[in-house]
Design a protein around this ligand. Structure first.
Ligand code: OOB
Length: 632
């Protein structure tokens, strides 16, 4: 009973083949770290500017934490624990503690809201929620207290356990850590599901993806080889720590497998990243395309010695060829590597020794000779090389089913995963991503299910119908546009909500920041297809059409206007923005700042650069900088 939930869906004969081929070597994550600690004990495994841990220390700390989780919280093998961490050392400690205890981490993102977490806890049947006290202006502790306080119970009838790492303390885990640094011996079998990763999601909440130790670590070892990671490498973590790209391609696990050093980069803006590359000698970075574009635009680009960087991996969303060609301007010594992967499994890489033309123009080819890839037409028949079709895949590290068999239609009867991506495969097996047939928005690499946003919009009393689409955007890849039809009552009463109010409503309703539409358009009706369905295709085209210029304002860089722009981005009341508020505490992220920068540059602050904006200590300094740039 205890272990039946841990069984993955690979047919036994297929599993045998993968073992015979040497793909699955029968190692758990705990064994992997133990081996690395034996080989590289005194080397620094990870640092975030607050704490550094050697391999030996990481192993010891995670074991002591594992014993504490068992003794203090009563966690048992096979339990699930939702982890929500920013990019800090404690994340890696806690994940390996859970592996050691045989508890499955469920990888939430730091950007998930309290509502998202409650939903994850319920769907994963989690026994625990582990997080930090607070970070970047978010109070995670009260979130944990709330979850525990509302009497959340686990399937076994136990109350939800919560653990909060206190980041300001010398010993952040003082409350739970045991003195016992022995392995618990509970880490389970290599063929067990090791953790639950989240899918991008097309309908409603993200689906849970159970990956086994065997299958995941196979992809990690091969990624290490393909991406040129070795013990002299320094891997900089810029993207969210728990994302599949950051974890395993080759990511945090690849670095730990090979004895490399992990450096948590504290922010994503050009100055912070380039300065950290220079100071820490970072050799490998994994990023999404919008960050590359932003860094290329930044005057910081030439100010730091970033010659240490050997590999710049870009993935999660399509990298424009024009941007790919400019990467050497930014990192003269680095080889660009495109990464087209998915949490469900399949990862494609361009190879480091591929010709430049192939690197800039394709999204790579699969990791493994065991990866089976087919490109099919609407009837499911394979199309020849060079022709566009839907990508399906099966192989030694791709799931055969979602957790508890959710969404069976995502798999073909013969066990291929329907990726929802439209691709062209060339004669050498390299893939070019040309589009999508799943209803999903890819906003700067973050995946958004339109149905989830539509559902939230429909709870607004003045909204009769809602349709959410992704529209091509130079900076974000895609931006999110919501079309809203108001109720007749709201129209009659003249109480139509505006975009600002709608976005504020969504935030209050608990929608994560990255899912809140960039634009809300109030309309009378939706365009329809021949069969009468909402034509999202037409809506995408309409939203992409250039806006008619509105009435010119007297001074678009007037202090009040600037504050209103900021308030709108932050979805707070204009009144809540005081001049003394430190920018770092305002909750604004670098992509939001970049969007504002674009707007203000267009409005007259042409010479304004991102770093000046991003490094403004307070809101007042920021406004002053924009106005200065406008006056020049
Ligand atoms: C990665 O994983 P997910 O699960 O967040 O998203 C997967 C989806 C893919 O199905 C595809 O639609 C899109 O993200 N995608 C790309 C892409 N990489 C991912 N679309 C175009 N070009 C690319 N290079 O995003 C992920 C997982 C592991 C490694 C890297 C990315």
């Amino acid at each position: 009973m205890l272990y039946d939930r841990l069984v993955a869906g690979y047919p036994p004969d297929v599993a045998e083949q993968y073992r015979a081929a040497g793909y699955w070597i029968g190692q758990t994550h705990t064994a992997m770290l133990t081996e690395s600690a034996a080989a590289h004990g005194q080397a620094v495994a990870i640092g975030d500017g607050r704490r550094n841990l050697t391999y030996r220390e990481l192993l010891d700390q995670s074991r002591r934490l594992a014993n504490g989780l068992i003794d203090e919280l009563g966690l048992r093998p096979g339990d699930r624990a939702v982890v929500q961490f920013p990019n800090v050392v404690e994340y890696v400690e806690v994940v390996f503690a859970l592996f050691d205890a045989g508890v499955l981490p469920v990888f939430a993102l730091a950007s998930h809201t309290a509502g998202d977490i409650a939903d994850l806890v319920a769907r994963a049947g989690a026994a625990a929620y582990l997080t930090v006290d607070s970070f970047g202006g978010t109070d995670f502790r009260s979130r944990a207290e709330h979850l525990a306080g509302v009497g959340t119970t686990t399937p076994a009838g136990r109350p939800l356990a919560t653990v909060v790492a206190e980041l300001d303390r010398a010993d952040p885990w003082a409350a739970v850590r045991s003195a016992n640094a022995e392995s618990t011996g509970r880490s389970g079998a290599p063929s067990d599901i090791a953790f639950l990763q989240l899918s991008g999601g097309t309908t409603g909440a993200p689906k849970l993806i159970g990956r086994t130790h065997d299958d995941y670590l196979y992809s990690v070892r091969e990624s290490v080889r393909i991406c040129g990671l070795d013990e002299s490498s320094v891997f900089g973590v810029v993207l969210p720590v728990s994302h599949n790209f950051t974890m395993s391609s080759p990511g945090i696990l690849g670095a730990l497998h090979t004895g490399a050093r992990i450096v948590m980069v504290p922010a994503t803006d050009a100055r912070t990243v380039l300065a950290t590359v220079a100071a820490a000698g970072i050799t490998q970075l994994s990023v999404v395309p919008p960050l590359v574009t932003a860094w290329l635009d930044s005057p910081e680009a030439e100010r730091y010695d970033v010659s240490a960087l050997r590999v710049l991996q870009v993935g999660g969303a399509k990298l424009a060829e024009s941007v790919a060609r400019r990467v050497p301007d930014l990192f003269p010594n680095a080889t660009l590597q495109q990464v087209f992967g998915m949490a469900e499994g399949l990862v494609n890489y361009t190879r480091l020794d591929d010709a430049v033309e192939r690197i800039v123009a394709t999204q790579g080819r699969p990791i493994s000779p065991g990866d089976e890839v087919r490109v099919v037409d609407a009837a499911g028949a394979e199309v020849p090389a060079g022709q566009e079709g839907s990508l399906q895949t099966r192989g030694p590290y791709t799931i055969r089913e979602y957790w508890h068999g959710a969404s069976p239609e995502s798999f073909t009867p013969d066990g291929f995963y329907r990726t929802g991506d439209r691709v062209i495969r060339d004669a050498d097996g390299y893939l070019v991503v040309v589009g999508r047939d799943k209803d999903q928005i890819n906003r700067a690499g973050e995946k958004i299910a339109p149905t989830e946003v539509e559902g939230a919009l429909l709870t607004h009393p003045a909204v009769r119908d809602a349709s959410v689409v992704g529209v091509p955007d130079d900076r974000l890849g895609e931006r999110t546009v919501a079309y809203v039809i108001p109720t007749a009552a709201a129209v009659a009463a003249g109480t139509l909500p505006d975009g600002f109010a709608v976005r504020g409503f969504l935030r209050a309703a608990g929608l994560a920041g990255f899912k809140i539409p960039d634009e809300v358009l109030i309309v009378e009706e939706f365009p329809t297809t021949a069969v009468g369905k909402v034509s999202k295709k037409d809506q995408r085209v309409d939203a992409a059409a250039p806006e008619s210029p509105g009435p010119a304002s007297a001074d678009p860089l007037d202090t009040d206007r600037l504050l209103a722009d900021l308030a709108d981005k932050l979805m707070v009341d204009r009144g809540a923005l005081t001049g003394d508020l430190p920018l770092a505490d305002s909750g604004i992220d670098s992509l939001q700042l970049m969007a504002l920068l674009d707007k203000w540059r267009a409005a007259g602050a042409g010479g304004l650069d991102f770093e000046t904006v991003a490094q403004s200590p307070t809101i007042r300094d920021l406004i002053a900088a924009v106005r200065r740039a406008g006056a020049r």
